[in-house]
Design a binder for this molecule. Structure first.
Ligand SMILES: Nc1nc2c(ncn2[C@@H]2O[C@H](COP(=O)(O)OP(=O)(O)OP(=O)(O)O)[C@@H](O)[C@H]2O)c(=O)[nH]1
Ligand SMILES: [Mg+2]
Length: 341
């Protein structure tokens, strides 16, 4: 076993930081180490925290760290910044909000920025989750700004995805992109100390209801199936699993004052129990793992095709541009060339 793998398993924080850097840059023995660590993973509970910029995700994470530390759990945090060239301050903001935990040896915080390579962000984040998992973090929080495809992919790594919104973001239903509903396991309406929290909760309820109707009508079963609507005390984050299905609870919170945090934590516990204890839940988990493997396969195939075909791709681009060949034929030819190598 590689020295670094051993040290991670022996809970050496500096080795964790080192392996994370290697994995992020994809240099050195990172693959060997990730392979060796993999059998030691699968024990952490991974919580994705996503949502509108500035909705209070980092402040919530700070409170969640506090709550889990009180339970005696160790916590890893990965703060993902998808748009580093434009929002250089976001990572700083994330760190500042969680600063008070920086000295706690039971808390490990790490930021990742995108490097612009294909699927790079979600892959780096996934690798980091695994490293923290092998290291032995009981809970891993992954904070992302919930907008792009990358973030949606990251949420697949999580057992539970919390989507954070807050009043005054304009039209919440618009602000939260359609795809988010697919991956939301719980909603946090943060800044409930402000006007408009009730409206935000109602909008979300409506969206969840519509979403489940659309899905039932369309007969589209994608792992995350919402079966009808549970009897729920609105906004209180009451249990919302009906039958075998899962309806995302909506929890009001005021992260700055620590309100709603214990309700969130118990919603996560119920979701975890649902994932483990029901056939639908286990199927959901399997679906996500399958999606992850497909992502990783797609990435590996594209990488190796680009590597293998190199200039032929450029040539195909040129020929399509000059209308010498149509893009369908060009793609087929490239695939054939790659297969026949
Ligand atoms: N009034 C009020 N303000 C809050 C609450 N939670 C967070 N804030 C404030 O909202 C601002 C943004 O909070 P962050 O936690 O940095 O939000 P974020 O979603 O992590 O932001 P990005 O990572 O930049 O997308 C800060 O000024 C917080 O103090 C809340 O419950 N009520
Ligand atoms: Mg943040």
């Amino acid at each position: 076993m590689h020295e670094l793998s051993k040290r991670v398993l022996e809970k050496d924080v500096r080795a964790v930081a080192r392996v994370m850097r290697l994995a992020d840059d994809r240099v050195g023995p990172y693959l060997e180490v990730l392979r060796e660590l993999f059998p030691e993973t699968g024990r952490s509970y991974v919580l994705g925290v996503t949502g509108n910029p500035g909705s209070g995700k980092s402040t919530l994470c700070d409170r969640l760290i506090e709550a889990y530390r009180k339970q005696g759990k160790t916590v890893g945090v990965i703060a993902v910044d998808p748009t580093s060239p434009f929002s250089g301050g976001a990572i700083l903001g994330d760190r500042i909000r969680m600063q008070r935990h920086a000295e706690d040896p039971g808390v490990f915080i790490r930021s990742v920025a995108t490097r612009g390579h294909l699927g790079g962000l979600s892959r780096s984040a996934r690798d980091m989750v695994r490293i923290l998992d092998a290291y032995g973090a009981d809970v891993i929080l992954v904070e992302t700004v919930g907008v792009g495809q990358d973030e949606l992919e990251i949420t697949r790594t999580a057992h539970t995805t919390l989507v954070v919104t807050c009043p005054g973001m304009g039209d919440e239903v618009q602000a939260i992109k359609a795809g988010i509903l697919e991956c939301a396991d719980a909603f946090g309406v943060n800044k409930a100390d402000r006007d408009g929290a009730d409206a935000a909760v109602r909008d979300l309820e409506l969206m969840i209801e519509l979403g489940s109707e659309v899905r039932i009508a369309g007969g589209k079963r994608r792992g995350h199936v919402v079966h009808g609507r549970a009897a729920r005390a609105p906004g209180k984050g009451e249990p919302s699993a009906s039958g075998e299905g899962w309806t995302p609870p909506i929890v009001r919170c005021v992260a700055t004052r620590g309100e709603g945090i214990s309700e969130l934590v118990s919603a996560f516990e119920r979701h975890k129990a649902w994932l483990e204890g029901t056939e639908t839940g286990r199927a959901r988990r399997r679906d996500r793992l399958a999606e992850e493997l497909r992502d990783s396969l797609r990435e590996a195939l594209v990488e190796s095709a680009v590597h293998e075909l190199g200039p032929r791709i450029e040539e195909a681009v040129r020929r399509v541009g000059a209308r010498e060949v149509d893009p369908y034929t060009a793609t087929e030819d490239l695939v054939a060339a790659f297969r026949g190598r």
